[in-house]
Design a protein around this ligand. Structure first.
Ligand SMILES: [Zn+2]
Length: 306
């Protein structure tokens, strides 16, 4: 009620602004600095209104009222056609700039990778991406390992997987940038890394739509979730990251030494071509990642990176 009242006041001032502006125009012509100040004022005012509107729309209200500590991807609530997610006030979960595996479908496992893998070492500090409340602190032996899920007032939930240590508790409130755990290699993980997910009402969104790890920044102040296109957007974003990733891999001679993505153990009778098919890659991609020649002989038991 109070918020609504404040908003009306702000709107009131804002509606009056044009009248004042035109009245001042004659004077302003002789005082360009004053005009600039006025423009700056209305921009600030506009931002204030925007923020106010946003405050009323966003947050816990999109989630069901009942709070739980269970991992639920499906909220059984109507997904809004669109929703603006405020990314201001973010903190990168890790200073690492290196994406080792993308969001998207993994043909070899016939399943979706619903997050982004970022290279971290065991013991590296992992931080909360936004202010929020810790909903889940659990251990999933065959999957996420030690993981944490936080709900944020901007409507997102973020998940941090494969940790070596969780240093927050369920229901604890956190600020963006608070240390929540340490990097690790727990659960279904080959090589230490952070598995980072961004979800809206349980729907997985490609984190690269919002977080630019190579540049340690968010992609924009806001990300607009759209029900009809979010899947396609997430898929396309991975495609873009893939090419970027390949570029940097090629330019980095030591990339092979720090690789921590996924490994494949060669079985008897397999060839580079049959393995590439299985992994949904081209032979060239597989060779490039492993810095081997297309004609290289591979032997059973050999471990390939992809
Ligand atoms: Zn992952």
């Amino acid at each position: 009620m109070i918020i609504r009242h404040i908003k009306l006041c702000i709107l009131g001032i804002f509606t009056l602004a044009p009248i004042t502006s035109s009245a001042q125009d004659l004077i302003a012509r002789q005082a360009p600095i004053d005009r600039k100040l006025r423009i700056a004022d209305s921009v600030a005012l506009q931002r204030l209104i925007e923020r106010q509107n946003h405050f009323e729309l966003q947050g816990e209200s999109v989630y069901p009222e009942e709070w739980n500590n269970l991992f639920t991807r499906n909220y059984n609530v109507e997904i809004p056609d669109s929703f603006r997610i405020d990314l201001r006030g973010f903190c990168m979960p890790t200073p690492s700039r290196r994406i080792t595996s993308n969001f998207g479908y993994r043909p070899a496992f016939r399943r979706q990778h619903e997050g982004l893998d970022i290279k971290v070492y065991i013991g590296d500090t992992i931080r909360a991406a936004f202010d929020g409340k810790v909903r889940i602190v659990k251990y999933d032996r065959g999957g996420y390992g030690k993981y944490i899920l936080i709900r944020h007032p901007n409507g997102l939930e973020t998940l941090y997987g494969h940790l070596s240590k969780q240093i927050v508790e369920e229901d604890q409130e956190v600020k963006a940038g608070d240390p929540i755990g340490l990097g690790g290699n727990t659960g279904r993980s080959f090589g230490s890394h952070l598995h980072f997910e961004t979800r809206f009402l349980g729907k997985p969104l490609n984190p690269v739509l919002m977080f630019d790890f190579p540049n340690q920044d968010v992609t924009s102040d806001f990300y607009v979730f759209r029900k009809d296109t979010y899947r396609e957007e997430s898929r396309m974003a991975s495609r873009n990251t893939n090419s970027q990733k390949n570029d940097t891999e090629e330019n980095k001679p030591d990339a092979g030494n720090t690789f921590s993505g996924h490994f494949y153990k060669v079985k008897a009778g397999e060839t580079l071509s049959s393995i590439s098919d299985k992994l949904g890659l081209t032979v060239d991609q597989l060779c490039q990642t492993n810095r081997i020649n297309k004609k290289s002989k591979i032997r059973p038991g050999q471990v390939l990176r992809y």
